[in-house]
Design a binder for this molecule. Structure first.
Ligand code: PMP
Length: 405
């Protein structure tokens, strides 16, 4: 969409011609603290004004140590060390390297429908050829299991020695897929039994998107590594992080017997560190985790009430403010267009019509999930208010009604 924005604040985007757009996408879960939060903007500006060492690769800035401690304290469990990078994909790449070096195994396991990023290692973890086709061979030794299937996972883990199982606690691009509550904990127990590390990709689900700091906190799971990015630095500068246990960090550095194991030029730059610390402050002070949990429940209740009874709405689901509306395009509409069922038409087309209608007719910005074109995202900045939730619900109701008739 070729729209030019003049100003973005909170959950609202103002176009150059003065139109107010309600953001229910959050840059794919980047703007948890809202657009241009004044405290984060001020922190970034003051870091620039300080004229301090912005990118000085020869030393680790103190702020990186503070941020590592703050992240590990919030993540909890055995997570005690952090490596910084500039994106989610880079964090996943680092996790693959550390898992292989620590376990001295090569094979990797991930879930069908997952999205882990578009660099070659991360892409190898994704079962859908849509993203990798045309880009040559991906990593060897990668297998995929159906997401949520414990029996399949047990069989697979016992079949060969995997370095790591990489999972999203809730699949974002896969269609806001939420596994059974016991899934992650049981997956962790299976991993321990077979000496496989559990890596959780919380790039979308982290930073209070689903309520608690990490989505895995819903499930009392204790992962070996966690990847964070997106919302980590308030949507102003790019930052990613790989959190891991002391054991993994120590063993990889010791076994490789060299001081530089994995670095990234911009990994610990002052602006990113400062923005991330400011973001954590905002998330805490404004209780955005609690807000995400409570307003998420309000959003789902109101959506379900408004959209019930329409054939094209299969399910409304989510956790906190990470929500999806799954469509089942009405057969009647397909017949009218001369198709036996909607399967005959590119599924993405249906979703894109909803997306365009929401934007054009109602000033609501969102998107379909990247690996599941039948699920629409409802993931506003966590600073959204109830009136804005009502605006979204009404817009959805109007679009569904229009497409139904
Ligand atoms: N993991 C998950 C779960 C993601 O959703 C994404 C991006 N959509 C990534 C990793 C990759 O992050 P980035 O685009 O910052 O490389």
């Amino acid at each position: 969409m070729n729209v030019r924005y003049a100003r973005c604040q909170g959950a609202e985007l103002i176009t150059e011609d003065g139109r107010r757009i309600l953001d229910f996408l959050s840059g794919y879960c980047v703007h948890n603290a809202g657009h241009n939060h004044p405290d984060i903007v001020a922190a970034v500006k003051s870091e620039l004004d300080r004229n301090g060492p912005g990118m000085l690769q020869s030393h680790v800035p103190e702020m990186a140590g503070t941020l590592a401690q703050e992240l590990c304290r919030r993540a909890g469990g055995r997570l005690a060390k952090a490596l910084f990078c500039s994106s989610g994909s880079e964090g996943v790449e680092a996790a693959i390297k550390f898992a292989r070096a620590h376990t001295r195994r090569n094979a990797l396991l991930s879930a069908d429908g997952a999205f882990h990023g578009l660099t070659c290692g991360a892409l190898s973890l994704m079962s859908d050829p849509f993203w990798s086709e045309g880009f040559g061979p991906m990593l060897a030794d990668v297998e995929h299991v159906p997401f949520g299937d414990l029996e399949g996972l047990a069989a697979q883990l016992s079949s060969r020695r995997f370095a790591a199982l990489v999972l999203e606690p809730i699949q974002g691009e896969g269609g806001i897929r939420i596994p059974e509550p016991s899934y992650l904990k049981s997956a962790q127990e299976l991993c321990r039994r077979y000496g496989t590390l559990l890596v959780l990709d919380e790039v979308q689900t982290g930073l209070h998107r689903t309520g608690p700091f990490l989505a895995s906190h819903h499930y009392a799971v204790d992962p070996d590594m966690v990847v964070l990015a997106k919302a980590l630095s308030g949507g102003l500068v790019p930052t990613g992080a790989l959190l891991m246990t002391d054991d993994i960090y120590g063993s990889v550095f010791n076994s490789l017997k060299r001081s530089i194991v994995h670095t990234s030029t911009f990994g610990e730059n002052g602006l990113s560190m400062r923005a991330a610390l400011a973001t954590l402050g905002v998330l805490d002070r404004e209780h955005l985790g609690e807000q995400s949990a409570s307003l998420g429940a309000v959003l789902r209740d109101r959506l379900r009430a408004r959209l019930s009874g329409y054939e094209m709405v299969k399910e409304v689901r989510g956790m906190g403010l990470m929500n999806g509306i799954e469509f089942a395009p009405p057969r009647r509409m397909a017949l009218r267009l001369g198709f036996e069922s909607f399967k005959a038409i590119h599924a993405g087309m249906f979703g894109q019509i909803v997306v365009m209608r929401l934007f054009r007719d109602h000033g609501v910005l969102t998107q379909m999930c990247g690996n599941n074109f039948m699920v629409l995202k409802a993931a506003p900045p966590l600073v959204v208010d109830e009136a804005q939730i009502d605006t979204f619900v009404e817009a959805m109701g109007a679009v569904v009604e229009l497409m139904h008739t």
